[in-house]
Design a protein around this ligand. Structure first.
Ligand code: HEM
Length: 144
């Protein structure tokens, strides 16, 4: 589903962006939440006051998705479960586009100087797959 080139573009930019942020006080995922809440203050209330633990969970999921690029089928079941949980938390379909755009902007800024349109396209493919799979999980109703 993701060719070698796409996987390489995602892998190198994720590692490079993380390494660039490691030299600052703010991790990539904490920077992401700061940008998300600045762009969409209304979603702030969905999250707990202390965002640090949440940021770690998001980072683990991104790590898992990047590691699974050669075999993304492994992601389907956990992402569907995560999507169902998100629907119960009040997360709506339009939030996924917002999160995708902010995550891409966060990566592009951390990887600035090396980030290209090819990196953006590769991340859009991965995050599109993640979002679609989570939204699929959100629409499944338990059997009666
Ligand atoms: C790229 C897609 C996304 C991924 C990979 C992701 C990942 C996660 C993970 C791993 C958790 C922790 C679940 C747990 O505690 O077991 C979580 C929780 C949460 N996510 Fe997402 N998420 C995504 C999209 C979104 C979107 C679009 C929103 C809406 C703004 C959102 C809002 C939340 C909220 C409100 C929580 C619960 C926080 C709490 O009360 O502890 N997520 N997410």
């Amino acid at each position: 589903m993701f060719d070698d080139r796409t996987a390489a573009l995602i892998g190198e930019s994720y590692a490079g962006a993380g390494a660039a942020m490691a030299s600052t006080n703010v991790s990539l995922v904490l920077d992401f939440y700061a940008r998300l809440f600045a762009a969409a203050p209304r979603v702030r209330g969905l999250f707990p006051e202390d965002i640090v633990a949440q940021a770690e969970k998001l980072e683990q999921t991104l790590d898992m998705a990047v590691a699974a690029l050669p075999e993304p089928d492994h992601l389907v079941a956990p992402l569907r479960t995560l999507g169902a949980q998100h629907a119960r938390l009040g997360v709506r379909q339009e939030h996924y586009a917002l999160v995708t755009d902010v995550l891409i902007a966060t990566l592009a800024e951390a990887y600035r100087g090396r980030w290209t349109g090819e990196h953006e396209a590769a991340w859009r493919a991965l995050l599109g797959f993640v979002s679609e799979t989570m939204m699929d999980g959100a629409t499944v109703r338990p059997a009666a």
